[in-house]
Design a protein around this ligand. Structure first.
Ligand code: SF4
Ligand code: FES
Length: 344
């Protein structure tokens, strides 16, 4: 099937969504996503947040009329001859900005104390939205804290109801014990009758949650992510592939997460044993520093390319007088001049 996205023509298999086709094009044509997850990794995701809106200027070869409303690209299948405007559509960009503002109506702006800061999709979305400004001055909704076990911290105030954690539990566990309960403003992620989310793969909800609603209790308030250094590591595990990222500070493993691709989607889900029980570097074969591909604050100080040599062009005279100071500081036992020698 032929599709044109922002002037780029490509051919895709039937059943491909506009979002998947846009990811093949890359660059500014890729719409942002908050609830979508590639179907090969997590099934039935998408269609919830409306971040990925695009303008379909030609429906198909058979019916070339433009679609009157903007379409969520993650759940709209490509039609033969379709023409789509994504990054080039003023309407779509404006609507995405409005969606971002809507998402932030109830999401608290507590990034300074949130463990997800630096790797939060919503934070990145707001920061990447040109001239973003929230006009919401009313009271945000709040929820009573709920304890869902020793490993996962649920902070419902931050949830954007993307349903990813629900889909993950459906896919990886036999009996899901949490879900979205209530409707409208009262909709919330909960175990309803206080329960513990406890199964071998429950920790993966932390990795799929795009915001700080589900975070790792064993990493809570230990460090900002941009101070930790990520390393690819693996171990022989009988429950999962054991391929992880160790977030280290010096020789300490602060937390263990699954590896994510350029769209922040997990490559292979990992078990709780790898995630929570192996915080000793000796338990792991460390492959090397992880290449950071995102543009968030996480990439600060994580250089994946050699840095340019910095040359300081200063007049020699500027250092005049400082050279003796330098020598004094670095070679304290060596007398600087004759007078010094005599005093010693
Ligand atoms: S807790 Fe996180 S993953 Fe689950 S619905 Fe809320 S935002 Fe989505
Ligand atoms: S990413 Fe498409 S609706 Fe959420």
């Amino acid at each position: 099937m032929k599709i044109t996205i922002d002037g780029h023509q490509l051919e895709v298999a039937p059943g491909t969504t506009i979002l998947q086709a846009a990811r093949m094009v890359g660059g500014a044509s890729v719409p942002p996503t908050m609830c979508y997850y590639s179907p090969g990794k997590l099934k039935d995701c998408g269609g919830k947040c409306r971040c990925c809106l695009v303008e379909v200027s030609k429906g198909s070869e058979r019916d070339p009329r433009p679609m009157p409303k903007l379409q969520p690209s993650c759940v709209t299948a490509v039609q033969d001859g379709m023409e789509v405007k994504s990054g080039t559509s003023e309407r779509a960009v404006k609507a995405r900005k409005a969606v971002t503002e809507f998402l932030l109506i109830n999401h608290p702006l507590d990034c300074p104390v949130c463990d997800q800061a630096g790797e939060c999709d919503l934070q990145d979305l707001a920061m990447n939205t040109k001239d973003f400004k929230s006009r919401f001055v009313e009271q945000k909704r709040t929820f009573e804290p709920e304890d869902i076990g020793p490993y996962i911290q649920l902070h419902m105030n931050r949830c954007i109801l993307c349903y990813r954690c629900v889909r993950l539990a459906d896919q990886l566990t036999d009996g899901r014990v949490h879900g979205v309960v209530g409707r409208g403003e009262h909709a919330q992620i909960s175990t309803y009758i206080s329960n513990v989310i406890d199964n071998d793969f429950s920790g993966n909800v932390i990795d799929v949650c795009p915001v700080g609603a589900l975070t790792d209790k064993t990493f809570r308030f230990k460090s900002r992510v941009w101070f930790a250094k990520p390393y690819d590591a693996h171990r022989n595990c009988t429950k999962c592939k054991g391929k992880t990222v160790l977030w280290m500070f010096g020789d300490d493993v602060l937390r263990v997460t699954a590896r994510k691709d350029m769209y922040k989607e997990v490559d292979d889900f990992i078990c709780n044993e790898c995630r929570f029980d192996h915080k000793d570097p000796k338990d792991w074969t460390i492959e090397g520093p992880r290449k950071i591909t995102g543009h968030s604050v996480q990439s600060v100080n994580n250089y994946s390319e050699p840095l340019k040599k910095v040359e300081m062009k200063v007049d020699d005279l500027i250092l005049e007088g400082r050279k003796s100071d330098q020598k004094k500081i670095s070679m304290v036992d060596v007398p600087l001049d004759k007078k010094d020698k005599e005093e010693k």
